[in-house]
Design a protein around this ligand. Structure first.
Ligand SMILES: [Zn+2]
Length: 262
């Protein structure tokens, strides 16, 4: 089903936007090869992004933040994610790389199952991996959650990240601490898409009350992101205002509004 009426008409990337809803994930195709899976369940889980057919070889897909395996409501998030992907014709076994915006379990608990199914590589920032293995581990056990189990293949640094040679996707990585010390955001200049993890949401900002959280660092991170030319902001979670912020003007307004919290 295409809800053309709510899409801005001045941007090519929205012309191909297709929504398919299931009970647990809303699947949005934002470009020919880029999909967002927006979590719709009762409990907590993150949104997941998929760059399809970008890597060479037998496992061509790249995902950002596979989310929970099972959340606090017992919802089988990972099983539902597999179904949502299959609804678009993609298999979990064809994922070659997982990018984690940060190490909170609601973003990367399912890393281990993706790896089990596909042998995918994993990357995140070095700061975040260090946090996961030190303060993070303590925090997660206080919350009654096991620290997410995985071994990154390489670390992301601020700068450019080129995904594959098949359908080349050139990303810019921004180090955006505040919510978590090694949070990163991904910017795709060709399509003016910004994936923000838990740094900024539709009408809201990431919480900073966890250990190593910092409101002043979050403010600097959001100031940096707000300088970018963005048509589509994809946050890590939906809020009461919505999920994805669409259209340059709406993105600018969203940055103006969230800066009031800082
Ligand atoms: Zn988080």
């Amino acid at each position: 089903m295409v809800f053309a009426g709510i899409l801005p008409y001045n941007s090519d990337i929205f012309k191909a936007m297709v929504y398919r809803s299931s009970r647990y994930y809303e699947s949005m195709q934002l470009t020919e090869d880029f999909y967002c899976y927006i979590w719709q369940g009762k409990g907590n889980n993150c949104n997941t992004c998929l760059f399809a057919n970008v890597l060479r070889g037998e496992r061509p897909h790249v995902i950002v933040d596979p989310g929970h395996i099972t959340n606090e409501f017992g919802e089988a998030c990972f099983d539902y994610f597999i179904k949502a992907m299959e609804g678009n014709g993609f298999k979990i076994g064809d994922i070659g790389l997982i990018i984690n915006t940060h190490s909170h379990p609601d973003h990367c608990q399912a890393n281990e199952l993706v790896v089990k199914n596909s042998g995918a590589w994993i990357t995140l920032s070095e700061e975040e991996d260090e946090f996961r293995n030190t303060l993070g581990e303590k925090l997660y056990s206080m919350l009654g959650v096991k620290v997410p189990q995985f071994t990154p293949l390489f670390y992301l640094k601020e700068g450019s990240l080129s995904l594959g040679t098949k359908n080349k996707v050139e990303l810019e990585i921004f180090h955006t601490p505040g919510h978590s010390p090694g949070s990163i955001c991904l910017y795709w200049p060709d399509n003016k898409i910004l994936i923000t993890g838990d740094v900024v949401f539709y009408g809201s900002i990431g919480r900073t009350d966890f250990p190593s959280g910092s409101l002043s660092l979050l403010k600097k991170s959001i100031d940096k992101l707000s300088q970018l030319d963005v048509e589509c902001l994809v946050p890590g979670h939906s809020t009461e205002y919505g999920s994805i912020v669409k259209g340059k003007l709406n993105v600018e307004r969203n940055f103006q509004a969230v800066k009031l919290f800082l």
